[in-house]
Design a protein around this ligand. Sequence first.
Ligand SMILES: NC(=O)c1ccc[n+]([C@@H]2O[C@H](COP(=O)([O-])OP(=O)(O)OC[C@H]3O[C@@H](n4cnc5c(N)ncnc54)[C@H](O)[C@@H]3O)[C@@H](O)[C@H]2O)c1
Length: 223
Amino acid sequence: MAFVTRQFVRSVSSSSTASASAKKIIIKHVTVIGGGLMGAGIAQVAAATGHTVMLVDQTEDILAKSRKGIEESLRKVAKKKFAENPKAGDEFVEKTLNSISTSTDAASVVHSTDLVVEAIVENLKMKNELFKRLDKFASEHTIFASNTSSLHITDIANATTRQDRFAGLHFFNPVPMMKLVEVIKTPMTSQKTTESLIDFSKALGKHPVSCKVMHPRKTSTLR
Ligand SMILES: NC(=O)c1ccc[n+]([C@@H]2O[C@H](COP(=O)([O-])OP(=O)(O)OC[C@H]3O[C@@H](n4cnc5c(N)ncnc54)[C@H](O)[C@@H]3O)[C@@H](O)[C@H]2O)c1
């Protein structure tokens, strides 16, 4: 899928370590909603870099397919990374897969997660419904992020009561290969949230770039 629409501009500089805040959230547990092309890639990379991952999709069948895809992708990574030591490669695959749990009920698994990354279909109403519901079940500290390519982050954030803890986290396909991650802040996104997501992206081995929404909207389509 091509991602051509941009509702934001990149900042002049990329992430700033100088402004690092002691209050940043160290993201260890990640909930990825949507186990399709992008969500599976995000779950794989997060688990492979030592995070505990909960992967959520609509049915067990989709999740099984998603998990199989992740395993195949991990085996390819392991073959290259551990070319001289296949046993270590097998261990890497097993350990990474063991870090990924799955669920078909997002609301029941977000209570203690540090970050929710949404990668469901590109539909504002569906994304809003999802986040509005999760907002009631997630912990206060939990950051919400959308991987949307073309929707306004502000429009999605406004479905929640945590606009300060809401941002875009835009990965590129294929996620295990592509280094760039755009951290997209709205006018309401706190510095702490932005910095936490930049640190998380770096922990994934990615190159985060901080971006801001160009034409923020004030109202949500979901009431
Ligand atoms: N494909 C790309 O190249 C690309 C790149 C960057 C960003 N994106 C963005 O990432 C998001 C996902 O894209 P994709 O290509 O991975 O889509 P996809 O169709 O491959 O996967 C979407 C998954 O979401 C699941 N889903 C739908 N509604 C759900 C719900 N309410 N709860 C749980 N799971 C649900 C579907 O079953 C499906 O498995 C979109 O917002 C898209 O714009 C895509």
